[in-house]
Write a protein that binds this ligand. Structure first.
Ligand SMILES: Nc1ncnc2c1ncn2[C@@H]1O[C@H](COP(=O)(O)OP(=O)(O)O)[C@@H](O)[C@H]1O
Ligand SMILES: [Mg+2]
Length: 300
């Protein structure tokens, strides 16, 4: 299949929609620039607003393989770049006839056959261009970020025993962050920046309807209105798009024909997941739903 190369922002926007992702205004623009300028994009925002999905959708749009590095505390180079396969090396050493000199064995066991390529090396060494997702970079430490900078600025990885591995194709790189810590200026300087937030009501409704087209349109609208109301409250963890979609699926499964106070109370835990938040929401929103008895929630 021929490589897909979007030629305009509108192209990217349409392509993302075809890949089941409904981009906000700046999303398509930043994605287009990233593809054209070959610069990594840092996507920041609260959990569950479509950061990871954007990378997946871009891979579908560009018809490229997605290589994903999931970050976590303590992630190091052996899990991000590469690692020698010690067990295989040891087996080879044992299998060698006693007469073989160390030099010969050493040349052998530090060859590509004994290398375990982790996501960053996989992305750099891939013969076809890929989309590289470095997910939740804020979970790692600053040393890791520094190492990453080198990879992202040179698109090359040096392996002392083998020499440098240089990218022959240019990956589209997305880094995501849930904003749990401030990232370094050095990293930000090298990236384009996209802030994803909770979407506007109509946009979120469109996303919910995309994921649950079978759900009654009036219920879907009410659901999104309620979620927006809940987000206004001072909660530990406001519901995200992910929760809206889960809630829509739950209501569909339960065959709910209205989002009344009872349905709301019994399914509340799908969108609110902290003990104290539950109390606040049940009280503030539950009461309101009860008094509206089926009517629209429209502006008050
Ligand atoms: N713009 C969008 N278009 C379609 N689906 C979306 C969009 N934004 C979020 N979603 C959906 O919301 C859910 C959460 O998205 P995800 O990418 O996992 O969030 P994040 O990585 O920001 O925590 C996924 O099911 C995703 O498909
Ligand atoms: Mg994510």
């Amino acid at each position: 299949m021929a490589a897909v190369e979007p030629t305009s922002v509108a192209d990217v926007s349409d392509g993302l929609r075809r890949a089941d992702y409904l981009p906000g205004e700046s999303t398509a623009l930043v994605a287009f620039l990233a593809i054209k300028l070959g610069k990594p994009v840092l996507v920041e925002g609260p959990a569950g607003v479509g950061k990871t999905e954007l990378a997946k959708a871009l891979a579908r749009l560009l018809d490229r393989r997605l290589v994903r590095l999931q970050c976590y505390e303590g992630l190091d180079e052996t899990k991000a770049l590469y690692e020698w396969n010690y067990r295989k090396q040891l087996l080879r050493i044992q299998a060698e006839a006693a007469g073989t000199g160390w030099d010969a064995v050493q040349d052998d066991i530090f060859s590509e056959d004994f290398l375990l390529a982790r996501p960053l090396l996989q992305a750099i060494a891939a013969p076809e261009p890929v989309v590289l997702l470095i997910d939740e970079i804020d979970k790692t430490d600053q040393e890791f970020e520094a190492m990453l900078l080198e990879v992202l600025s040179d698109f090359q990885i040096s392996i002392p025993e083998l020499g440098p591995v240089v990218a022959t194709t240019h990956p589209v790189v997305l880094l995501t962050s849930n904003n749990s810590r401030e990232l370094t200026e050095a990293l930000k300087r090298r990236c384009l920046y996209l802030w994803l937030d909770y979407p506007a009501l109509e946009h979120e409704l469109e996303i919910v309807r995309l994921h649950t087209p079978e759900l009654d349109a009036a219920i879907a609208r009410k659901l999104v209105e309620v979620v927006h109301m809940v987000r206004e409250l001072d909660l530990k963890k406001p519901p995200s798009i992910a929760e809206s979609i889960d809630w829509a699926r739950a209501l569909l499964l339960l065959g709910a024909d209205d989002l009344d106070a009872d349905t709301f109370r019994s399914t509340l835990s799908v969108i609110v997941k902290h003990r104290t938040d539950l109390d606040i929401v049940a009280e503030r929103v539950g009461v309101r739903l009860g008094s509206l008895a089926g009517g629209a929630l429209a502006a008050e």
